[in-house]
Design a protein around this ligand. Structure first.
Ligand code: PAF
Length: 281
């Protein structure tokens, strides 16, 4: 496995692979990899001949008060995980390689990005769409792999690829959880011991909501209240949002009569965590 920093090195390697008729899978990440990323890389290596992983903490998807500076980084550990999971190439560019000083072109989206995380992180999806389309142009993969934990991001990337006719298949992969149900996230490392214990409230509360739907409740407001009341029972937790939306349009749903995404964002101390489940009808 090679680690390269230059766009031209990625392009020439992938060109060589493609000239041999090989299929290329791509896993875009911001590094500090965990078992969630590992599952994406493993799936990519099962379904393709070669796998590229990008490790780049993309500055333009962080708001001014967000955790860009403190976002955890550990290339050595990440490289070991990538190698073990079957990656062939890591693309690890510096900011200057990705963004010219006078960089001024962005990919933006309306609608899907207005609610959920887009509401409290107004520039986030513009940054994600821009960097993901740049990475797709650089890597030119056949398939790209994204986790379902970032359900809105997955929907946004699928829409972007459709709208801009980008020739890549987007593959969503299931959430990987700790034994106590907490969804794996690089941001879990910010949690103190007490906060880590409190963070289990996200999945516990979602499971209460799921049970309610399974028992026949179809009114979103009632389900949201059950989830919110449960989160509020944890003193270290502060709700950003609890929403039930159509799983493809991401529009709010009042009565559940089709497949829905139940999504939450909760601050545990200063750390903002997200989680969700999809309920298929
Ligand atoms: O999900 C992430 O880690 C990032 O948003 C992504 C897709 C790598 C773009 O920077």
């Amino acid at each position: 496995m090679r680690v390269v920093e230059r766009i031209n090195d990625v392009r020439s390697t992938v060109k060589e692979w493609k000239s041999q008729g090989l299929k290329v899978g791509f896993v875009p990440t911001m590094g500090y990899l965990h078992e969630g990323h590992e599952s994406l890389i493993k799936k990519a290596s099962e379904e393709n001949n070669k796998v590229v992983v990008s490790i780049f903490v993309n500055p333009i998807q962080f708001g001014p008060k967000e955790d860009l500076a403190s976002y955890p980084r550990d290339l050595k550990r990440d490289s070991e995980i990538c190698e073990r999971a079957g990656a062939n190439l890591i693309f690890h560019p510096e900011n200057e390689e990705m963004y010219f000083n006078d960089f001024s072109t962005f990919v933006d989206m309306n609608g899907l990005t207005n609610g959920l995380c887009g509401k409290s992180r107004p520039i986030h999806f513009r940054g994600v769409c821009t960097v993901v389309s740049k990475l797709f142009n650089i890597v030119a993969p056949d398939r790209a792999y994204f986790g379902e934990k970032d359900a809105q991001q997955l929907a946004v990337v699928k829409r972007m690829v459709r709208d801009l006719n980008i020739d890549v298949e987007i593959v969503g992969c299931p959430i990987v959880r700790e034994e106590d149900g907490l969804a794996k996230s690089s941001r879990n490392t910010y949690l103190s011991e007490e906060e880590r214990a409190a963070a289990t409230i996200l999945n516990k509360s979602l499971m209460l909501g799921k049970e309610e739907i399974q028992n026949g409740q179809r009114n979103s407001a009632s389900i949201i209240k059950i989830i919110e009341d449960s989160i509020k029972s944890e003193k270290l937790a502060r709700i950003d949002y609890v929403e039930i939306v159509d799983s493809s349009s991401l529009e709010k749903v009042e009565e559940i009569n089709k497949s829905v995404l139940v999504a939450i964002a909760v601050f545990i101390g200063k750390t903002r965590l997200i989680d969700n489940f999809t309920y298929e009808l």
